[in-house]
Ligand binder design. Structure first.
Ligand code: GLA
Length: 781
């Protein structure tokens, strides 16, 4: 709030005028406008203290409980994404019922005295399947048409926004509802810079009769990339509010708002659990409020990605089902120290006369004694009768298969040993020869081949494929699933032959994880199988199913698809909300792809969110890859500036190659560690090179136990996480030179690099000082 009352009165006049810039001409009475310094509600300044919550990630029965908690934490607004695919999993069939009832969510928010900021997409991100975009868009050809002006994208996107307008238009503040503002797209500046596309998206929302202010969000370092005068901008950041607000002031006159302030972060399977420090967050929030700024906490309440809706960080790091996000309101709606810290931190900034309600009580908990699942049904024995025949396998979308388990069968003639390789495998596959498992294919490591032994007679090859999630970030959202042909067999020392005439059978889990008809047998089925058991509940209360003795798969409760689990962790439990438990008998079905150690489940009163079990992962052939830099001339040798700013480096000469290596020689803090938040490469025009086929060819070391310092963090597009050389553990800590070698997927001409140092305060470790860069084909082999 502008401290000078006189100035405020003056501004109110002019603000009213300015505010209308961001309003459509035919707007009804503009109760909410954007002034020169303030948001204005009925002409009075409104400082937005907002928190993100996804109604799709919270049991409908608990929406009100969570909204009460958000209000009690000191927030006056809730921000919610709409996930397009959640409401239109099959083209033209919209669903706004039950858990999808967005209008009801808005009504409840209003009842709880909360305003709403709506983020309808079309693209959302949010660690949600394909970033919220519907899979059926991928029936159209191309690897770069999504989030562009391509009609195959724009037309369905417009239809979606028109549908959103039909359903949620009446919830706008201009029509008596709680919706103050609506976001256009999501962090588009991270993806591209086509301002015309943003204008088209804005127009689509106007055509959908949205008459409240529209805005766009971008990370601080991309605010200017897609800002357009007719669309208000907010900045997303997890630290350094001053820099974020400066980036906004550089493009527009208006109130300063942080569209996503990260209270924690999301987890991916196989990487350490992420936490966010409350003290620093409260400091930053108070700093923003003192600067008369507004903010939205991402996440205020993360909840759970139920069903099969989890997304996947690029290049392929699937997100856990728990979306606790270390948020102040935990996955099960618990309010602990972090909640209290935020509430106390916000209290001094309440408007005159504003008070905070008492926080709602925690919901009851239930312990369930271990129960056995004694019946099973093997996947192969329960495949649906429908068979698709094709010369060579094509992506699933072309067969109108949305996601699930797919079995591919083909006959391979007798012959010598060799390698079977597919063009691509999305996501995990188990390969069987005459029923005996001979290997796995794993898109995490771009491993699309298995060794096959010699065969004295023709054999039946079966490949069972499991789709986990479509990538939700970057150009990799063009994530077509399945076994991508041609599939070739190369006899040792021989020439490759294409393997043809495939039979394909799929269990399509569709939108809500439909269970196929299964014929149950007592005991343990071989290999991938469904399991069934039940437990008795004396009352409906929350519990956490302990899945740590299982492998990897999906759980159903009373026919409802609860979600995915994977015992590599870090999450070992699944949140089961009380309202979804029946008094008496509750049926539990588990699909396990690798087979449980013990087929038992119990219900705990506490979640397990931070237990990594790498030994439970699929066997990964030892990496024989070594760096080979001796005698290789670096394309550049230089020094990065201190601090957190992104830096571009142009090489004196562009260089071609399939691999790129960054080698740290020392760090600004003089310590032995190296870290990179983000590295991208530049072409001769200074544009960033497409990194959709990038993988890590070699890394000298990465911290993978005390924090998620995985090398993939350096190429996943997020500046909020980072690669960090190993620092925990007993042994000697690796010293400089640290090397990160990226496989670019193909031969590329590289003329420079863009390095984003580890973000945060100046005392963070790993900020590289002197470095060398190499481009070549054999840097790691
Ligand atoms: C971005 C996106 C959000 C979410 C966060 C990470 O900023 O806008 O949807 O993906 O990152 O949790």
């Amino acid at each position: 709030m502008t401290s000078n009352p006189l100035r405020r009165r003056v501004l109110q006049g002019t603000a009213a005028a300015i505010g209308t810039i961001f309003l459509p001409l035919h707007a009804a009475t503009p109760r909410f406008t954007i002034g020169t310094d303030d948001f204005l509600l009925d002409g009075k300044p409104l400082q937005i203290r907002c928190g993100e919550m996804h109604f799709a990630r919270v049991p409908r029965e608990y929406w009100q409980h969570r909204l009460k908690a958000i209000k009690a934490m000191g927030l006056n607004t809730v921000c919610a994404y709409l996930f397009w695919n959640y409401h239109e999993w099959r083209e033209g069939r919209y669903d706004w019922s039950g858990q999808r009832d967005a209008a009801e969510f808005c009504r409840l928010a209003q009842q709880e005295g909360l305003w709403v900021i709506l983020r309808p997409g079309p693209y959302a991100c949010a660690e949600w399947e394909m970033g919220g975009l519907p899979w059926w868009l991928l029936k159209s050809p191309g690897d770069a048409f999504l989030r562009t002006r391509d009609p195959n994208y724009i037309n369905p996107a417009r239809r979606w926004l028109a549908e959103v307008g039909r359903v949620l238009g009446p919830q706008q503040v201009t029509h008596g509802g709680p919706i103050l503002m609506v976001q256009v797209e999501n962090e588009y500046g991270f993806f591209s810079d086509d301002k015309e596309y943003m204008r088209i998206m804005r127009q689509a929302l106007l055509d959908a009769k949205f008459d409240v202010p529209l805005f766009q969000c971008n990370p601080t370092n991309a605010v200017s990339r897609t800002h357009i005068p007719e669309l208000f901008s907010v900045a997303n950041f997890g630290s350094d509010p001053a820099t974020g607000f400066k980036a906004l002031a550089a493009v527009q006159q208006g109130p300063k708002m942080c569209g996503e302030y990260y209270s924690g972060w999301f987890d991916t399977w196989g990487a350490p659990h992420r936490r966010g420090a409350a003290t620093k967050a409260v400091e930053d929030i108070q700093a923003m409020l003192k600067m008369n700024g507004s903010f939205s906490l991402y996440m205020a309440h993360g909840g759970t990605t139920f069903g099969l809706w989890g997304g996947c960080d690029r290049p392929f790091r699937p997100d856990t089902s728990s979306y606790d996000y270390d948020a102040p309101i935990s996955e099960a709606g618990w309010m602990g120290e972090k909640f209290d810290a935020y509430r106390e931190g916000i209290k001094p900034f309440l408007a005159a006369g504003e008070t905070l309600p008492v926080a709602p009580a925690q919901n009851p908990l239930l312990e369930i004694a271990p129960f056995a699942l004694k019946e099973s049904a093997s996947v192969f024995a329960n495949l649906p009768p429908k068979v698709i025949r094709d010369v060579s396998p094509r992506p699933l979308e072309e067969y109108d298969i949305s996601r699930g388990i797919v079995a591919y069968r083909v006959t391979l003639p007798a012959g010598p040993a060799g390698v079977l390789e597919a063009a691509k495998v999305r996501d995990l596959a188990w390969v069987f020869m005459d029923g005996k498992q001979v290997g796995t294919m794993d898109t995490r490591y771009r491993r699309f081949s298995v060794d096959l032994p010699a065969r004295s007679k023709p054999v039946t090859l079966e490949i069972m494929l499991y789709t986990i999630a479509r990538v939700n970030f970057g150009v990799e959202i063009h994530d077509r699933k399945g076994l991508h042909g041609p599939v070739r067999f190369t006899p040792t020392g021989g020439t490759a032959q294409t393997v043809e005439n495939w039979e394909i059978r799929a269990i399509d889990f569709d939108a809500d994880g439909i269970l196929p008809p299964l014929s149950w047998k007592p005991g343990r089925a071989k290999g991938a199988a469904f399991w069934r058991g039940s437990f008795n509940a004396s009352r409906q209360a929350d519990t956490f199913l302990d899945m740590s003795s299982w492998g990897q798969g999906i759980v159903w409760i009373n026919g409802r698809c609860l979600g995915r689990y994977w015992s590599i962790g870090p999450t070992q439990t699944m949140y089961l909300p009380g309202p979804w438990i029946r008094d008496g008998a509750n049926e539990v079905v588990v699909l396990d792809l690798t087979g449980p150690q013990t087929a038992r489940i119990s219900g705990l009163k506490k979640p397990i969110l931070d237990q990594l079990r790498p030994e439970r992962d699929l066997a990964r052939p030892p990496s024989k890859i070594k760096p080979h830099l001796d005698g290789v001339t670096p394309v550049h040798e230089g020094e990065f500036a201190a601090g957190s700013a992104t830096q571009d480096v142009r090489f004196s000469q562009p260089a071609r190659g399939r691999q790129f290596c960054l080698e740290s020689l020392d760090a600004h803090d003089g310590k032995q560690f190296a870290a990179i938040a983000e590295i991208s490469l530049l072409n001769a025009k200074g544009e960033t090179i497409d990194q959709s086929n990038w993988t890590i060819a070699y890394v000298s070391s990465e911290e993978a136990s005390k924090e998620d310092g995985g090398a993939l963090n350096a190429i996943n597009g997020q500046v909020t996480d980072y690669w960090h050389s190993a620092w925990s553990g007993t042994g000697l800590k690796p010293k400089h030179p640290h090397r990160l070698i990226i496989d670019l997927g193909k031969d590329v001409e590289v003329a420079g690099l863009r390095y984003t140092p580890r973000q945060g305060k100046d005392d963070v470790t790993g900020r590289i000082k002197h470095f060398r860069a190499y481009v070549g084909d054999q840097l790691a082999r």
